[in-house]
Design a protein around this ligand. Structure first.
Ligand code: BEZ
Length: 248
């Protein structure tokens, strides 16, 4: 059994996902475990030029902020869960180099590699844990973080402006709002306590914006319809008139 809980098996490679990795797994994993890390706050504070936005119009994706740094900032979302829920993946031993290369390419855009202890959720089958690990101990995972010194780091934003920004953005991986709602749904599936207020509040705001825009579009379509010249009715009127003339 590991003694201090922070050392994973040297020959096992575990990756922690707290964003899209939760529902878009990396290749070549053979185990997936829900759980959490501590000492961080998840925020939509990383600009995305390559996935959910473009260099001209970057979207917003999540990063982890060290909790001690976050506590010094003014954030409209002024509370955050102690546990950042996500998923740990074990990568098959003979595929580690390949997967690291894949992730470096996939996740680059300002993210750098860090290591953090991961706590498996209660109820995870002990057979899935790293070899010789006890359930109550965390084990080491690799995690991609966009730290405040990277160029894509945006920092605190007004939640409504952030929601409007996410609503408008899209990139090669799809709509930014689908990333947000995908994260909300994926978190909801991990555990009854894995929700994240920041994610839920933004999701609700973006749903309200989507409803507002849909209503606006519908109104515009209806107005266009009413403003169309009434050619058909006029043609009908002429037919009716001819008919009347013939029969009279
Ligand atoms: C994640 O899901 O953990 C993640 C995905 C992309 C970049 C950084 C983190």
């Amino acid at each position: 059994m590991a003694t201090n809980g922070t050392t994973a098996e040297a020959d096992e490679f575990w990756l922690f996902g707290y964003g899209s990795l939760i529902w878009k797994p990396p290749p070549h994993f053979d185990r997936r475990i829900p759980g959490w890390v501590t000492g961080y706050v998840r925020r939509f504070w990383q600009a995305s030029q390559d996935h959910r936005g473009t260099p001209e119009a970057p979207g917003r994706v999540v990063t982890l902020i060290s909790r001690s740094y976050w506590e010094q900032l003014v954030d409209h979302h002024d509370s955050a869960p102690d546990k950042v829920w996500g998923v740990a993946y074990r990568i098959k031993a003979d595929r580690v180099a390949e997967v690291k290369e894949y992730l470096d390419i996939r996740e680059i855009n300002g993210y750098t590699i860090h290591y953090t202890p991961f706590y498996p959720a209660p109820g995870v089958d002990p057979a899935l844990l790293p070899q010789n690990h006890h359930h109550d101990f965390p084990f080491r995972t690799l995690v991609y973080i966009g730290t405040p010194d990277n160029e894509q780091f945006v920092g605190p934003q007004d939640p409504q402006k952030l929601a409007e920004h996410i609503y408008r953005s899209s990139g090669p991986s799809g709509l930014n709002r689908d990333y947000l709602w995908g994260l909300e749904a994926a978190l909801g599936e991990l555990s009854p306590e894995s929700g994240d207020e920041h994610v839920t509040d933004l999701s609700n705001r973006v749903r309200a914006i989507a409803a507002r825009e849909e209503k606006k579009d519908r109104g515009e379509r209806e107005q266009q319809h009413h403003e169309q010249p009434h050619n058909f009715r006029n043609a009908g009127d002429i037919d009716e008139q001819e008919e009347t003339e013939k029969t009279s």
